[in-house]
Structures are given as structure tokens and as C-alpha cells.
Design a protein. Structure first.
Lengths: 111, 116
């Protein structure tokens, strides 16, 4: 099925560990973004990309890196996990000037 | 800078009665506006969107929203609530300038409870 695929769905990390959250879309969308969702705060933008090779920071970028080597993939890297990064992470993509399609999310717990 | 205020964190209605979820926005440019719904432990689903065409926008599952520029509002309504409408709803504004990457700014969400 076409859409945005996120892996893994669940992950538990120890403080200080690193990992990569994967995101892939097969709709040839230019824009891709990563959000984190925390209770009572809606979704906050971590990083975004307007096309392959172009990324920029969002509202809460500290502790995260991204790259966009292809149109399809937009991985999010946690450099050294901290308990404050416990959250639900959503990847999303959109064509120019339209609404976003969201993945099903990754629930991350850092202990 | 863009911002979104959802005026109610929780709304409770009886099944069969109207639903009103309120949203005010602030945007420096001509905005796009969206409503998304999130059912428990699920991802986000687009309900409807406003992108400068008709000011009354119809979405899925009987929802609609009216863009009122003078009031900077984009309230979500449904004539008759169904039990399956119980979920969290997010009002979202987007700056359509390409250099901003079509970034979305989310409201804090409104949890809708539907009583039988």
C-alpha cells in the first residue's frame, strides 16, 4: 500500500545509546518531516526536508540528526539518547502545497 | 510566526448531538489550514483542508470547517456525533511558502468524548 512507512513501531533504549528511526514514502513527495508528540503539546517539528539533499531544523532539533540522500527516505538519528527523548515520533510527507500524510509512529522509551 | 490555539482541551457531547471544536490561528502569510484526527494509539488522519478556495470546507465522516479570515478562526463542526468520533483532534496551520518547507504548526489538541 502506498504511504509512509516507519520502523520500528516500538523501541526501548538505554541512556546514551544511539539509534536510527527509519522513514520511507513511495508517493514521490518532495517534503518530509519528523515530529515528536508529547501529551498536551500537540506535535512539534524536529527536522524537515524540502527535497533530496536539503534539510533544515525545526522547533526542537537538539539531539537529533537527519539526512535526505533520496526522495524516498528520511531517517532520524538519535545521537545519545536521553530520557527527555521518550516520546512518540511521527514521520510525514507531502507534495508541494498540500497536506501531509503521516506514518503510524514509533513509540520510543529511553530508560 | 504562525501559531494555533485550540480553545478547548476537552469537549464532551452526547451521541446524536452537534460537535463544535474551536480553533484560532495566527499567520503572517496566506495560510493553509487543516484538521487532523488521531484515534487512541493510532497515527494522524487528515479530516479536511483549506487552501484558499471555498471558505466552507467539507471533509470525511461528515465533518466540515469554515475559514473566517476576519475572526482568524477555523472551527470544526459535525451535525450529529457518533461514538466512533471519540478521538483527539488537531488544528494545524501551514505556511505555503516553499522556503518554509510547508511546515505544519499544530495546536495542542482537543479530546472529544462522545457519551451514549
Amino acid at each position: 500500500n502506498a504511504g509512509v512507512t516507519q520502523t520500528p513501531k516500538f523501541q526501548v533504549l538505554k541512556t546514551g545509546q544511539s539509534m536510527t528511526l527509519q522513514c520511507a514514502q513511495d508517493m514521490n513527495h518532495e517534503y518530509m518531516s519528523w515530529y515528536r508528540q508529547d501529551p498536551g503539546m500537540g506535535l512539534r517539528l524536529i527536522h524537515y526536508s524540502v527535497g533530496a539533499g536539503i534539510t533544515d531544523q525545526g522547533e526542537v532539533p537538539n539531539g537529533y540528526n537527519v539526512s535526505r540522500s533520496t526522495t524516498e527516505d528520511f531517517p532520524l538519528r538519535l545521537l545519545s539518547a536521553a530520557p527527555s527523548q521518550t516520546s512518540v515520533y511521527f514521520c510525514a510527507s507531502s507534495p508541494v502545497g498540500d497536506g501531509y500524510t503521516f506514518g503510524s509512529g514509533t513509540r520510543l522509551t529511553v530508560v | 510566526a504562525q501559531s494555533v490555539t485550540q480553545l478547548d482541551s476537552h469537549v464532551s457531547v452526547s451521541e446524536g448531538t452537534p460537535v463544535l471544536l474551536r480553533c484560532n490561528y495566527s499567520s503572517s502569510y496566506s495560510p493553509s489550514l487543516f484538521w487532523y484526527v488521531q484515534h487512541p494509539n493510532k497515527g494522524l488522519q487528515l479530516l479536511l483542508k483549506y487552501t484558499s478556495a471555498a471558505t466552507l470546507v467539507k471533509g470525511i465522516n461528515g465533518f466540515e470547517a469554515e475559514f473566517k479570515k476576519s475572526e482568524t478562526s477555523f472551527h470544526l463542526t459535525k451535525p450529529s456525533a457518533h461514538m466512533s468520533d471519540a478521538a483527539e483532534y488537531f488544528c494545524v496551520v501551514s505556511d505555503r511558502l516553499m522556503e518554509y518547507g510547508n511546515k505544519l504548526v499544530f495546536g495542542a489538541g482537543t479530546i472529544l468524548r462522545v457519551k451514549s
